[in-house]
Write a protein that binds this ligand. Structure first.
Ligand code: MRU
Length: 358
């Protein structure tokens, strides 16, 4: 039992990355999974910022949702006029935007909260209605994400046949979103529909989102999942066990270059070498037409401890130089298709991605 959190057993509650409980944001502490299921009660933007930065909540859509609630938490206790509340929304959104740089969903969700606040202020609502409407906007972002992911799953499943082996990297599942996930959504739908898919989950160094989160949530749901180390992907492909790869993404550039968890690029190259399709699943909120190419995507670098002493045991010499980028960019030529809630698009991505927004 955590000192600050509420511990629950698997039987008591279906896993949910975050939920508004009427008073605060209850956030599943993903650092503790799979061993402990602890919901942290978050009551301030600082707590939300800290949760995002330290991976208590992670995954592009989930951090956007958390940040949206964070904006509301920043204004709900203020006794202020609407113009003052609007200024505070802008300030908190700017602050929350500094929590992590790569996933564009974070900035998308914050922009949506800003835009809603500006529209409410222009409409001349009172302070109580302003606050309520911003809470509702955060709830809407969360609810829409669930609906969006189900649609992504429906489209993605059309690409898989009964008996397929499908490899995934990192965690783009229910834990990374409001529900279902993006890349993992077709596996949940396949289970519902009785379609037999064998999932291979890369463990995903350095902090093991594949082992701790993907293997965990799929196993909980009764999906057939096999955990492998990252350096085994080529071997299982060469055995003929993999018919498709599907991953999520933190940002898709206008030309179809895809930023995702470090190691994704290597998987894409391996897939191409084996003639295996490489699919990327994401909501439209992850597609950033304002970022022309993958080299324009800011790539987060994280603390060396994740590599030298992740999980409490030192596994590298003191003082060794470390490079720890959290994401890499897969060039568009490796991306067979991008699966969104509006359907499946293929190259040339400059045109097909733009058409999704028309
Ligand atoms: O560092 P993380 O765990 O936030 O990285 C997450 C990923 O790379 C996911 O694949 C991506 O955010 C898509 S989640 C639907």
């Amino acid at each position: 039992m955590s000192h600050t959190g509420i511990e629950v057993t698997n039987e008591q509650v279906a896993l949910q990355s975050l939920r508004w409980n009427g008073h605060q944001l209850d956030l599943l502490d993903q650092r503790l999974l799979p061993e402990e299921i602890v919901y942290l009660p978050l009551e301030t933007p600082v707590e939300v910022w800290e949760a995002i930065r330290h991976l208590k909540v992670r995954g592009a859509p989930a951090i956007g949702i958390a940040a949206a609630y964070g904006v509301f938490l920043g204004i709900r206790g203020l006794d202020a006029r609407v113009d003052e509340l609007l200024a505070e929304v802008q300030k908190q959104a700017d602050y929350l935007a500094t929590s992590r740089p790569t996933a564009v969903n974070l900035f998308w969700a914050l922009d949506r909260m800003r835009a809603r606040a500006e529209a409410l202020a222009s409409a001349g609502v009172n302070a109580a209605d302003f606050k309520q409407a911003l809470l509702d906007e955060a709830k809407n972002i969360q609810a829409e994400d669930e609906e969006t992911n189900r649609l992504i799953g429906e489209h993605a499943l059309t690409l898989f046949a009964d008996g397929f082996g499908v490899l995934t990297h990192c965690n783009a599942g229910g834990l990374a979103t409001a529900k279902y996930g993006t890349a993992l959504a077709p596996f949940y739908l396949a289970k519902e529909k009785g379609v037999n898919i064998k999932v291979f989950a890369d463990e995903t160094r350095p902090v093991l989102q594949g082992a701790r989160l993907t293997a965990f949530e799929l196993q909980q749901a009764g999906v057939d999942v096999t955990l492998i180390c990252d350096n085994m992907a080529g071997a299982v492909m060469s055995k003929g066990w993999i018919q498709a790869v599907i991953v999520g993404t933190d940002r898709v550039a206008a030309n179809g270059d895809v930023a995702n968890k470090i190691g994704t690029y290597s998987v894409a190259v391996l897939a191409k070498a084996h003639g295996i399709p490489f699919y990327v699943a994401c909501p439209l909120s992850t597609i950033d037409l304002n970022t022309p190419t993958g080299s324009d995507i800011p790539i987060e670098e994280r603390h060396e401890d994740e590599i030298t002493q992740g999980f409490g045991k030192r596994t590298a010499p003191q003082g060794v130089k470390v490079y720890n980028p959290a994401f890499d960019v897969t060039p568009n030529e490796y991306v067979t298709a991008i699966i969104t809630e509006k359907g499946i698009v293929r190259a040339p991505y400059n045109e097909s991605l733009r058409s999704l927004f028309e």
